[in-house]
Design a protein around this ligand. Sequence first.
Ligand code: CDP
Length: 213
Amino acid sequence: MIIAIDGPAAAGKGTLARRLADYFNYAYLDTGGLYRAVGLSMLRADVSPEDEVAASKASLSLNSALFTDTALRDEATGTAASKVAAMPQVRANLLEFQRKFSQLPPDGKRGAVLDGRDIGTVVCPNADIKFFVTANPQERARRRYTEITARGETADYNEILADVQARDARDMGRKDAPLVAAADAHLLDTTELDIDAVFLRAVALIEEKQKPQ
Ligand code: CDP
């Protein structure tokens, strides 16, 4: 069983994906983490995230320490991630790993949940079920703001909103694997639905799909 979840920054994909993976005991892959790791390795090496040759090289040899680095979730890392994610070579280098994970989930799990921007369209076009999770930019910026300040860090709402909008524009506007809902994806607008309601709706749709036809 492959569950594909796509959507823009801070729409609640990660939370939904993690809860579904827990509930069904499936493996979970945060594909944004891969692009973030490439972006972070560029920042750590003091190389511009616009440098395509360096980004491609970084995407072929990701150090596992990057995935536990506390800076992985920083806004600056997210911005660098969306820059390297627009490079076709970087996307190609990361594709195989994501496909393998979906087809042969680790630990003998019977299913996989992947979240990102192009899971339903490019990575797993034959996923058993697809969700496109979204919310308006103001609500997404508000959530990101709450997340950051809850960690005890300072944040500026207007800066976050501008960052969310810039990232949306970059993710939707790129030529290679742009952020778009797959034609057969279930749309989940979380602007006015809390995470429990979204989770229950997704579980109902998945269980419907799992019923013997
Ligand atoms: O957590 P958040 O929604 O802010 O972002 P993320 O899922 O961690 O992804 C960071 C960046 O990686 C995104 O802005 C995309 O540009 C890129 N990405 C992508 O291009 N394709 C994916 N499957 C996942 C992420």
